[in-house]
Design a protein. Structure first.
Length: 175
């Protein structure tokens, strides 16, 4: 399905020729210099869209940076592969996806009744073809650039978009 891109979004992209910085699930805390996407219509939200509905109303390759700050833990686990494939579609090659979230099963994760998706340091290896767990689902390829975590606190992860044709060490030579 081709995403419906509004005139407003086309104007945002035109003004940011090198790629927009997208803050997915920004709520009222959109980061400065970022375009905010959230399912709630707030004054800080530029694009009203549910993060669990695909495709997003943006063209492929329109983002240089995507931020998911305290969003992933709210995403239904069975939508994770689809979410990361959609973020990959939006991202420019070598663009970076920045993730911040509570460590799975930490107090910060368990305290919020809407948290449904615990992640840990191994979660991201499912998205990087240079790791053996990638072969389980074979999503569109990312590279783990940073994977910092505190089992009692938050984790910060940076993934970088690889070319679709990238064949990692553990894919069995299959593209």
């Amino acid at each position: 399905m081709k995403p419906k891109v509004t005139k407003k979004v086309k104007e945002i992209i035109r003004k940011n020729r090198l790629g927009i910085k997208l803050d997915v699930g920004c709520g009222e805390g959109r980061q400065e210099g970022f375009v905010g996407l959230d399912k709630r219509k707030l004054k800080t939200v530029d694009i009203v869209h549910d993060a669990e509905k695909f495709p997003y109303p943006l063209p492929a390759g329109s983002c240089s940076v995507i931020l998911c700050s305290h969003l992933i833990e709210h995403i239904k686990p069975w939508l994770m592969i689809d979410l990361f494939n959609e973020l990959w579609r939006l991202m420019q090659v070598n663009g970076q996806l920045m993730i911040s979230m509570p460590y799975g099963w930490s107090f910060g994760f368990l305290q919020d009744p809407t948290h449904c998706n615990p992640c840990n340091e191994a979660t991201w290896t499912y998205f990087d073809p240079d790791n053996p767990l990638y072969a389980v689902y074979r999503p569109l390829p990312w590279k783990i650039v940073r994977n910092t975590y505190f089992a009692t606190g938050n984790m910060e992860v940076i993934l970088e978009k690889r070319k679709r044709s990238y064949v990692g060490r553990f894919t069995g030579g299959v593209k």
